[in-house]
Design a protein around this ligand. Sequence first.
Ligand SMILES: [Zn+2]
Length: 289
Amino acid sequence: MDYIDAHTHIVFRETITEELMRFALREWGAPHETLLMSVKDVVRILDDAEIDYVGIMAFPARKLGTVKEDYAIRVINAVKDYADRFAVIGGVEANELTIEETRYWLEKQYEAGISAIKVHPPHMWLKPNAYRPEEGGLKQLELVYQFAEDHGLPVYIHTGTSAFSRARNKYGDPIFVDDVAVDFPRLTIIMSHVGRPNWIPTAFQLIRIRPNIVADLSSIPPRRVLEYLPRLTEIGDKAIYGSDYPGPGVHDIKANLREFLSIPIPREVMRKIVDENPRKVLKPLSRNR
Ligand SMILES: [Zn+2]
């Protein structure tokens, strides 16, 4: 069996920027060892872990001082020789750009080959439903979802807290994702982290009742998944595995996967979560060929 890891923050030696290095120094105290891996190093790790492909987050977060909209395109260029091993998740900061800029970057990233779009409310300082008239009417954000829906791209929405120093955790409440599910019924929404640790019941209920919301189990320590989600098997048809590597506490892609595989749930449910479901919602870069 070959696996999919649908959520990582791998940064390659080939695409590291000064901003990202500064961010790593501020948040980790030293450049994280993974910032120094080459694309080839990562492919070797994936081979060893029997992982078919990984999703790599490459979305902008100006408030955190990480990257801007061109970064996703740089990552795609860096991995294009291994197009069946990577899916690059782009994004635009709807509350930082004009409508024209938003459209420009969505089209640019789509042409380059992004596999999905990420909306990170605590890092972008924005509610996932900020396009609603009663929530401020941010047209740029409506365009992001509309574009994704029209082009068959799933949208990852971070839910739950973020420990980074400039994150605003009030935006992590999954309840605001409900509007997106209702207003964009053909859009696949990947609800990252299932609201962990403090909004799990809200997130779990939305995943159960909204057909277009999928659960992304990344960043929940594997040994605690059943503690957080005792009814995981009930959402086994719409849950996907991700490691969140190299996020806090995740030091090894392969070890995290092995630990996840040892969770005591029926093997057919496990196979869906680590293989069948992610394959359906997240396509690798090679889908464009
Ligand atoms: Zn993440």
